[in-house]
Design a protein around this ligand. Sequence first.
Ligand SMILES: Cc1cc2nc3c(=O)[nH]c(=O)nc-3n(C[C@H](O)[C@H](O)[C@H](O)COP(=O)(O)O)c2cc1C
Length: 182
Amino acid sequence: MGDQPAVKALVAYESMFGNTERVARAVAAGLRLEGCDTTVLDVSRAGAADLADVDLLVVGAPTHGFSLSRPATRRDAVRQGGRDVVIDIGMREWLDTLVTASRLPLVATFDTRVTKVRYLPASASRRAARILDDHGHQIVAAPTGFLVHAVPGPLEPHELDRAIAWGRGVATESWSRLTPAH
Ligand SMILES: Cc1cc2nc3c(=O)[nH]c(=O)nc-3n(C[C@H](O)[C@H](O)[C@H](O)COP(=O)(O)O)c2cc1C
């Protein structure tokens, strides 16, 4: 860190029941503990992605159907008591609005998923990482899942602590990649 300008981080999330939002805020707390200048953004209210000045983009979304949600799965979540969000815009659609800029932020992705399919073959965070990799972004951490007890939550014990720790790790890795070697 030292005299380096602070790493500017954006934590963008989608959340139908509030669990991914809680994880996103814990990840943001971890990033701030490592000195990142961090903003948290709900993509359902965000409009097109604006990554000007962002050094690190962290993306978090619930796993729906082993992947990122779609309008139909978000509608299903609302039917199950989820927030009445703007159905048309989830993380998949927000990522579609990313334009390829000359200076691409580093990225890291996480998701939430239910405990009983912990070892699922595919997930929202892996899908998001794939999309961002295809856009040419450098990925700084393995896609990670945080566990909820059932579809509406709650988060399993200690997942918020794990999210803070994960955020700290993402921050330190980003600092080292953004700081020119001596
Ligand atoms: C339509 C729908 C499909 C889902 N599919 C999966 C799935 O494939 N794998 C999984 O682990 N969880 C699945 N879930 C559970 C979600 O991952 C869970 O609701 C989410 O992590 C809660 O986060 P949120 O409160 O931020 O929406 C599904 C939930 C819904 C509503």
